[in-house]
Write a protein that binds this ligand. Structure first.
Ligand code: NI
Length: 156
């Protein structure tokens, strides 16, 4: 197991633009495996490479429908809008209501370098947009309409 430390808000690497991956190499395969193991260990539904300090365009997502490991993901179309609740493994203790496209189409490479094209809606669409934002140094707090601390709400 290679579970990495997840960088927290305030770390400058989270605000940088990640670089495209030119080819799938053993290092990239290892990165995807490490991302997945770190995401599952933290009980997250998504993780982007910059969150473990690697400025490469690679993400993993699992919203309960199986693992998606994507390299150089790009949103090629967006439809509709939905406001939903989000948190982030890099910003523990904070949640926000974030408007996102309701449906997206994403183009990427899979872990073997094969071009893949997927259509997503609901939580998967949200998670993909959240993780792809990380590759551009954008965090959900930048897009949130309202932010709150869930544990404070529970005390009321
Ligand atoms: Ni996040």
């Amino acid at each position: 197991m290679a579970v990495y430390e997840i960088l927290r808000l305030g770390n400058e690497l989270l605000r940088q633009r990640a670089k495209p991956v030119p080819a799938i190499t053993p290092n990239v395969e290892k990165l995807l495996t490490n991302l997945a193991e770190t995401m599952y260990a933290a009980r997250g539904v998504g993780l982007a490479a910059p969150q473990i300090g690697v400025l490469k365009r690679a993400i993993v997502v699992d919203v309960g429908e199986g693992l998606l490991a994507l390299v150089n993901p790009e949103i090629v179309s967006r439809e509709g809008e939905e406001v939903g609740l989000e948190g982030c493994l890099s910003i523990p203790g904070l949640e926000g209501e974030v408007p996102r496209a309701a449906r997206v189409e994403v183009r990427a490479w899979d872990r073997y370098g094969a071009p893949t094209h997927l259509k997503a809606e609901g939580l998967l669409a949200r998670a993909l947009q959240h993780e792809i934002d990380h590759l551009d140094g954008i965090l959900f707090i930048d897009r949130a309409r309202r932010l709150f601390k869930p544990e404070e709400q529970q005390k009321i």
